[in-house]
Write a protein that binds this ligand. Structure first.
Ligand code: FES
Length: 320
């Protein structure tokens, strides 16, 4: 399924921190935006180069007049955040329909763990749980108060605790205390930069949390994915189940690159194995999964991300 786009206009912008800008976007034609549920993200096409990047929606779901995004300016990144930070009120951009692989799951209690800009989808979840009377607690970690967005909204909230790296050790996130051992009917949601994710998920595993109770979203490929991803060690052949066409995937190209170069219609978005837009099913062969989006169950079902993952077998047949 390819992304559906609409033209949008920046109706408000403010700087939540020196590096985080908050944007309210409305449809350029004045119509309503798509419905979404908390945890969703959208594609945004911005800048002269038409860069497409993904940003979580952090406003309250149900408001269809406007979407709210918060964007961290990352000079070392691929340029999307810098292009976003040049936008001012009245500027236009294209946005895609929301997608969601990080929604709230049925549970009696929800623990929301945010690191840095990872607050965005979790803030939306907190708003949904506030509106529906859900039981939750949000832990939000930032380097300092100055680096934290949405402090006015969260610092006196009874269900939120803020943790700042530059303050007293007692107030730092302590997952033994703040996450604890897994409890029945409790779900945890983790979102933030790679180091935060790796720490939180590693500690959760030590505490005995099963993968099925941990829900995650990454903003960039994990260290493990990037260390082994991309180039790969050796080429292989990808075959399309619909036509039997076969294409060689060399070491330095992704399956997705090869499909697109051969005119195969294949949806994609992030190109890093983190959004799920490109997912297809493997019919034959042994995938070498190098994504941060599929669950173990989804991998066992045969799902595969051609933008980042490769093949352990000489031939990989895809349901395409
Ligand atoms: S394009 Fe995002 S996971 Fe493949």
């Amino acid at each position: 399924m390819s992304t559906t786009w609409t033209d949008a206009v920046v109706v408000a912008r403010y700087d939540a921190t020196p590096r985080i800008a908050v944007f309210d976007l409305a449809r350029a034609d004045g119509g309503e935006l798509w419905e979404y549920e908390s945890g969703a993200h959208i594609d945004v096409q911005v800048g002269e180069a038409g860069l497409v990047r993904q940003y979580s929606l952090c406003g309250p779901p149900g408001v269809r007049e406007q979407y709210r995004l918060a964007v961290l300016n990352e000079p070392a990144s691929r340029g999307g955040s810098q292009a976003m930070h040049t936008l001012a009120e009245g500027d236009t951009l294209r946005i895609g329909a929301p997608r969601n692989r990080f929604g709230l799951t049925p549970a009696r209690h929800h623990l929301l763990l945010a690191g840095g800009i990872g607050i965005t989808p979790l803030l939306s979840m907190a708003q949904t749980l506030d509106a529906t009377g859900g039981d939750y607690h949000l832990h939000y970690c930032a380097r300092s108060r100055t680096d934290a967005a949405f402090v006015p909204e969260l610092e006196h909230h009874p269900r939120a605790t803020l943790h700042f790296d530059d303050q007293e050790p007692e107030q730092l996130l302590d997952l033994g205390r703040d996450l604890g051992e897994p409890a029945p009917d409790t779900a945890a949601y983790v979102c933030g930069p790679g180091g935060f994710m790796d720490y939180a998920l590693g500690r959760a595993a030590e505490l005995g949390w099963p993968a099925s109770a941990l829900h995650t979203e990454r903003f960039s490929a994990s260290t493990a994915a990037t260390e082994t991803g991309g180039g790969g060690e050796g080429g292989f052949t990808v075959r399309l189940s619909s036509t039997g066409a076969e294409y060689l995937v060399p070491e330095d190209q992704s399956v997705l690159d090869v499909l697109l170069a051969n005119g195969v219609e294949a949806p994609s978005s992030c190109g890093q194995g983190i959004c799920g837009e490109c997912v297809v099913r493997v019919r034959v062969g042994e995938p070498d999964h190098r994504d941060d989006v599929l669950t173990d169950d989804e991998r066992a079902e045969g799902l595969f991300t051609p933008c980042s993952s490769r093949s352990r077998s000489p031939i990989l047949e895809l349901e395409l």
